[in-house]
Design a protein around this ligand. Structure first.
Ligand code: FAD
Ligand code: SF4
Length: 358
């Protein structure tokens, strides 16, 4: 048995001071990731500092149309908040398509951004894993990697980032507000997530003891008709195989402006900037959408079992763009036709049929 101490703090300064002073400590929010990882000995924190009493639960409208979400706001509360549903439906949809109602009632937004990867080798303490134990190797490279990433990978790690709402935040240029031993910082979401490179153990630029206090989403008028499309092995309680968060502004059938980010296929929530540049100024047609998807996936690398994800991601991008532009040939906006009936890959059968998860 490994003893773990627990304390509950009531103010931000004490929370930061307590964790910063002890390298073996960690913040505890909803506990839906941290407690799991403690149980399987992946997280080895000796001290858990419960931050649930901190005054960080508010969801506030900002002047000009943005919104500020306290780091301890629950996923379910954020999903239901009126300013989120009206101005940023992709955030609400991404949250409601994640986890289960019980988990969403416990899990905080800050904890969601900080959640760890679902790679089976990361969670199996006897398997070599560079993320858990630097310089031990990556078991997934030649192992069971059906759920792993095809973009942003390195020879040291190919784990997919699991957050759904992180993908919506990425499309919306959200900013992560932190407070730590070194003071306050505002970190653009794209800089908040690091690709693995040769340091897969570093996922964020945060110092030990640096607390996420809020996420700010800037005003984005076109996001009021945005959407989040999630493709997965079953229709609930499952992580994404591929997902897309998209907002678009059209003028006479031409794309004025667009935001597109992808999930389930990359080592961090993935802003699809190449696709955005193909789309901007082009006619909103299926042909344009296909070119945009191909441009974004041009450098994608499969590792065997997950090769099918490259085609799946292309189809997800095209489907999401057709949905958000109201393509009348789509029936009801769901993801049918993207996965084969056995869930192993695209409907044309080009994916593996092993059925193994990430
Ligand atoms: C069965 C299951 C299914 C799931 N499915 C999905 C899914 O489909 N989509 C999805 O997006 N997520 C999914 N999740 C993940 C879930 O959303 C996260 O576990 C949850 O959001 C984490 O929030 P928490 O408050 O419980 O964090 P905790 O578990 O308390 O903390 C997680 C980590 O973040 C750190 N932390 C927490 N808050 C802060 C803060 N404010 N500042 C700095 N560090 C902090 C903790 O120290 C810890 O390392 C699933 C989880 C489970 C268990
Ligand atoms: S993919 Fe990353 S998390 Fe998974 S075994 Fe390799 S190094 Fe570890």
């Amino acid at each position: 048995m490994r003893p773990v101490s627990y304390s509950r703090v009531a103010d931000v300064a004490t929370a930061i001071g307590t964790v910063a002073a002890d390298p073996g400590s960690a913040f505890l929010a909803g506990g839906t990731t941290e407690v799991d990882l403690q149980r399987i000995h992946v997280s080895r924190s000796r001290r858990l500092v419960d931050i649930n009493d901190l005054p960080l639960r508010q969801i506030e409208e900002l002047p000009g149309g943005g919104v500020r979400i306290g780091a301890l706001a629950r996923m379910s509360d954020v999903a239901q908040a009126l300013p989120i549903r009206r101005r940023f439906p992709m955030i609400s949809q991404a949250l409601l398509l994640g986890a289960s109602p019980q988990l969403r009632n416990m899990a905080s937004i800050g904890g969601n951004l900080m959640q760890r990867v679902r790679c089976g080798y990361f969670r199996d303490v006897v398997a070599p894993c560079n993320k858990r134990e630097p310089r031990t190797g990556c078991s997934a490279l030649h192992g069971v990697n059906r759920g792993h990433a095809v973009l942003g990978t390195s020879e040291h790690c190919i784990a997919t980032h699991p957050s759904d709402v992180g993908v919506a935040f990425m499309a919306l240029d959200a900013v992560v507000l932190t407070q730590g031993p070194g003071g306050q910082r505002q970190i653009a979401i794209d800089d908040f997530y690091l690709v693995p490179g040769d340091r897969p153990d570093r996922e964020h630029p945060l110092a030990h003891g640096e607390l996420v206090v809020a996420i700010e989403v800037p005003p984005t008028p076109m996001a009021s008709t945005s959407l989040y499309l999630k493709v997965r092995d079953r229709e609930s309680y499952e992580f994404a195989l591929a997902s897309a968060a998209v907002a678009i502004s059209l003028h006479d059938g031409t794309i004025d402006d667009v935001r597109l980010a992808l999930g389930g296929i990359a080592t961090k929530p993935w802003r699809a900037r190449r696709a955005e540049s193909v789309l901007t100024g082009a006619p909103a047609t299926p042909e344009t959408f296909t070119s945009a998807a191909e441009a974004e996936l041009a450098d994608a690398i499969g590792h065997g079992m997950n090769d099918f994800k490259i085609e799946l991601a292309r189809r997800t991008v095209v489907r999401a763009l057709r949905m958000v532009t109201g393509d009348p040939q789509l029936h009801d906006g769901m993801a049918e036709g993207l996965l084969s009936e056995d869930g192993s890959g695209p409907a044309d059968g080009s994916g593996p049929a092993d059925g193994s998860g990430s």
